[in-house]
Design a protein around this ligand. Structure first.
Ligand code: ARG
Length: 468
């Protein structure tokens, strides 16, 4: 491995395996762009403060720019190094000689590593936020088309009460809305700048932490240098948000797996997002949905890993923290495409309203309405429940629907039935659930308006030039 940042005190060479095991360059090279941005802001501040000469600053900034071009071209990093911070310094030293070493004045890899990961979290967190909005947009557009598409609502995966496809999809809209809120909170709290905390205790150089923080787009510098280099809450929070968001995607995936089975046939996933079988020619498998469901486990693993890594580490920096990066990268690499794929799968799927309606008729989904009728006429609900249970048994014996039992026959079960009452159709049952947040088309329409207003506000915020 090429030159290290800490050779002076050491006499013996390091063990090759130890060096390899301790290196983070294989994964923290992904932070190159943030490392360069942060280094540029730092060295410019050193110049402003008169800590470095203008000429030195210009030389270092120019070299950082050249490195950026090499990175974009895939030519950096080429040489092995302990981490991205060392790789950048080695490169600069090759390019401009010993003056490169002045970049490290009043900073440490501890505050650098923390700053780079903060910048990554803020950058990718923002991208994830936009992707969540796109997915919400797809859910709303689909819901708009299916306010009247009746489908069975389930509990225990058994038919329960009729709902609409719009209502079902909008449930996911609200989950995503909470995810967006959690992400927003996480990014707000992550917007503190560690740079200038140096190794752990700050520095005796007259640095301007506020200026660096402003330049890098943070809200403020961390007020405590120990906290600045030891804090990994921002990573935990992002991966925790990602875990919950993956749980939501996984649940929707599970539903799509069920819905797209021939037995349900509520939908068909587009060919582009399905796969076949190497042996069974008839197969069309929802692999991607299964994979998102499966990968949810690995994001939980990332969260578990981070929390466990953090626990018991004394202040300030510990090498354990190097483990923060892969967990964050993995969670982001898993979540971001999953959100995009889910949006595409929803937009391109074929929905089968006739099959949903057929299924909505099965399993006596209006039984609660019939019990509600009796209760509304004064019979205690518990007794009403018992009577309708008996009615359902009769229907099972006769192989008929509740609505096929005549008013006269119903009166034989209870005098509380209105003289002309018969059980409602599934459409009537659905239309009756007009309570706020209920499944009736009129209530769903109102819900849709709320959802659309949120999507619109998010779109406007995203196009505002001064988005904070
Ligand atoms: N590669 C290290 C990390 O990612 C950088 C910080 C190293 N600092 C140190 N004192 N060993 O955490």
């Amino acid at each position: 491995m090429a030159s290290k940042m800490w050779g002076g005190r050491f006499q013996g060479g390091a063990d090759t395996l130890a060096l390899q095991y301790g290196a983070s360059l294989p994964f923290d090279r992904r932070l190159t762009i943030y490392e360069l941005t942060a280094s540029t802001a730092h060295v410019q501040m050193l110049g402003e403060q008169g800590i470095l000469e203008e000429r030195e600053v210009a030389e270092i900034v120019d070299a950082l720019g050249r490195l950026g071009v090499e990175y974009a071209d895939g030519r950096f990093p080429k040489e092995p190094a302990e981490d991205i911070h060392t790789a950048v310094e080695n490169y600069l030293t090759k390019l401009i000689g010993p003056v490169a070493g002045k970049l490290h004045t009043a900073r440490s890899r501890n505050d650098q590593a923390a700053t780079d990961l903060h910048l990554y979290v803020l950058d990718y967190g923002t991208r994830i936020g936009h992707t969540i909005r796109d997915l919400q947009g797809a859910l709303v557009e689909l819901a708009e088309q299916h306010v009247d598409t009746i489908m069975p609502g389930f509990t225990h995966l058994q038919p329960a009460q009729p709902v609409s496809l719009a209502h079902h999809l909008l449930a996911y809209f609200w989950m995503m809305e909470r995810d967006a809120g959690r992400l927003h909170d996480c990014l707000n709290r992550s917007a503190q700048c560690p740079l200038g905390a140096a190794a752990l205790a700050g520095t005796s150089f007259p640095i301007d932490r506020q200026a660096v923080s402003d330049e890098l787009g943070f809200d403020a510098p961390y007020p405590n240098s120990l906290d600045a280099v030891s804090d990994r809450d921002f990573a935990v929070e992002l991966v925790s948000f990602a875990s919950i968001c993956m749980a939501h995607l996984s649940r929707l995936c599970e539903e799509m797996i069920i819905w797209s089975s021939p037995q349900f046939g509520f939908m068909e996933i587009a060919d582009a997002y399905a796969t076949g079988s190497s042996i069974m020619p008839q197969k069309k498998n929802p692999d991607l949905c299964e994979l998102i469901r499966g990968k949810t486990g690995r994001v939980y693993g990332d969260l578990q890993g981070l929390l466990t890594m953090l626990k018991g580490t004394p202040l300030a920096y510990n090498k354990d923290f190097q483990e923060d990066k892969e967990a964050v990268f993995d969670a982001v690499d898993t979540l971001l495409p999953a959100l995009t794929l889910m949006e595409s799968m929803l937009r391109t799927a074929t929905w089968k309203p006739e099959r949903m309606r057929e299924a909505a008729e099965l399993g006596f989904p209006t039984a609660t309405d019939v019990a509600d009728h009796l209760a509304s006429r004064g019979l205690p609900f518990r007794e009403a429940h018992e009577i309708v249970g008996k009615l359902v048994r009769l229907c099972i014996e006769r192989n008929c629907a509740l609505s096929e039992i005549s008013a006269t026959e119903l009166r034989g079960f209870s005098g509380y039935f209105d003289a002309d009452y018969t059980a409602p159709s599934v459409d009537e049952s659905l239309a009756a659930r007009t309570s706020y947040g209920g499944a009736a088309p009129s209530a769903v329409q109102a819900q849709l308006e709320e959802a659309k207003a949120i999507v619109k506000a998010a779109e406007e915020a995203a196009t505002e030039p001064d988005e904070s």
